[in-house]
Design a protein around this ligand. Structure first.
Ligand code: FMN
Length: 420
């Protein structure tokens, strides 16, 4: 692993922290790009009250000087603005808890919520106050991941690699009346991304956006919640990152790990994914063609940096991309296409039955505040998680201590590929 990321912080603690180690020197980085990512994570129709409290801002506390990375570990800090209301409850100091109640306000949480880490974590860490679990298992952690992902994106952008996402469907509604992939529609990725950014549910299809909003309203009205499917696409990736030679170097496995590490993600697909199991081989595998001028340069994502690298890429190409840009655990030069499914939010206003760990009596879980649907936000988190995994594999292949050194390695490799 070239790029190591670790996050720390509790949902109602003082702050979240991310440390990114392994970034080369010379990558342009400032808080503007990171804050933009943090703001995108907070958007989306169906979010709960917390998003109104937390306006996330990052502080870069090490590893960057005068707008450029130093090559040293990058530490990122995001304050929890709600902290002042939780200073006693979340204090690191020894304090007198004798007056505290295992009450409906859940000062001490003895009532594990179905669908959350509460009970399994309580049993595992021997915490009868399950706040000690839920504070860390909360998806608030994803803010730190998005901040770290912005660092990876800054590196990838230097090499014309772009990561984008959009929502394919939420609850019973699907994009384009049921198509499994938006990337596969033949639409221009940049256009699709622009449309997704403009949609309150990050779906590039206007009709589906309206239907999804309605479905979220219905769920909210009945105290329920919704999950859904989103797609993450990476453009500008050269062939040959990841490797077939060892199980833990396979790019598809690393990307699946990245996606499945996001709270509430329950499955993921590469390219055709599960649909591949329904089709015969002749309708699955992407035939290989060769042309003197590569015909799909536009797929580089339109950035000038991508254009600077992409004309050098090999003239082998595919007319279909059912493999989702990965064969044998390596990128094959086509865009990488991933999808993931998010389960419905487990905290329901129509509460589910659980058992109080103290009294062993059943109860119905009370709700403070919660999202009804966070699929659009999860898709933004997925961009970050995928960017980190791609940057890690990219550094593994072209690694160096400075951007200049990596660029030299990268251009040398592209020359080798071009002359293949
Ligand atoms: C962006 C995002 C926002 C989330 N918001 C909530 C929420 O408001 N309420 C809730 O109960 N779960 C929420 N979740 C889901 C829980 O964090 C998750 O289901 C829980 O931690 C259990 O983990 P697991 O689903 O991976 O098993 C959210 C997940 C993500 C990715």
């Amino acid at each position: 692993m070239k790029l190591r990321v670790i996050t720390a912080g509790e949902s109602h603690g003082r702050c979240l922290t991310a440390v990114v180690e392994g970034m080369p020197s010379g990558v342009p980085l400032d808080d503007g790009g990171i804050n933009h990512g943090l703001a995108r994570r907070q958007l989306g129709y169906g979010r709960g009250g917390r998003m109104k409290i937390e306006k996330d801002r990052v502080e870069i506390t090490s590893g960057v000087r005068h707008g450029l990375t130093l090559g040293s570990p990058i530490a990122l800090l995001i304050q929890n603005r709600d902290w002042e209301n939780w200073m006693d409850i979340m204090s690191a100091d020894v304090i007198d808890r004798s007056g505290w109640q295992r009450d409906a306000k859940q000062t001490i949480v003895s009532r594990p919520r179905p669908g959350h880490a509460d009970l399994a974590g309580g049993l595992k860490y021997n915490h009868r106050d399950m706040r000690n679990i839920l504070e860390r298992s909360s998806a608030r952690e994803t803010a730190a991941r998005v901040a770290a992902g912005a660092v990876a994106r800054a590196l990838l952008e230097e090499f014309g690699i772009n990561v984008m996402s959009w929502v394919v469907g939420i609850g019973p509604v699907r994009w384009n009346g049921g198509a499994i992939s938006i990337a596969d529609s033949g639409g221009d990725f940049d256009e699709l991304f622009k449309k997704a950014e403009a949609s309150p549910v990050r779906c590039p299809d206007k009709a589906a956006t309206a239907k999804i909003k309605k479905a979220i309203d219905v769920a909210r009205g009945s105290g329920d919640s919704l999950g859904g499917i989103f797609e993450t696409v990476v453009t500008g990736v050269p062939p040959g990152i990841g490797s077939h030679v060892q199980w833990d170097r396979k790019l598809n496995a690393r990307l699946a790990h990245a996606l499945m590490s996001i709270q509430a993600i329950k499955g993921c697909e590469v390219g055709l994914g599960f649909e591949a199991g329904r089709r015969p081989g002749s309708k699955v595998h992407d035939e290989i063609f060769y042309k003197k001028v590569r015909p799909r340069v536009s797929e580089a994502g339109g950035s000038s940096k991508a254009a600077a690298f992409w004309p050098q890429l090999p003239r082998f190409y595919r007319k279909t991309n059912n493999a989702g840009g990965i064969e044998g655990g390596m990128s094959n030069g086509e865009p990488i296409i991933l999808r993931a499914v998010m389960k419905p939010i487990p905290t329901l206003y129509k509460p589910l039955v659980s058992v109080d760990v103290d009294t062993k009596r059943p109860f119905k879980a009370s709700v403070e505040r919660s999202d009804v649907c966070a699929v659009p936000a999860a898709s933004v988190v997925a961009e970050a998680a995928v960017a980190l995994a791609i940057a890690d594999a990219f550094l593994e292949k072209f690694g160096g201590d400075s951007v200049i050194e990596i660029e030299r390695n990268y251009r040398g490799y592209l020359k080798q590929v071009r002359e293949f």
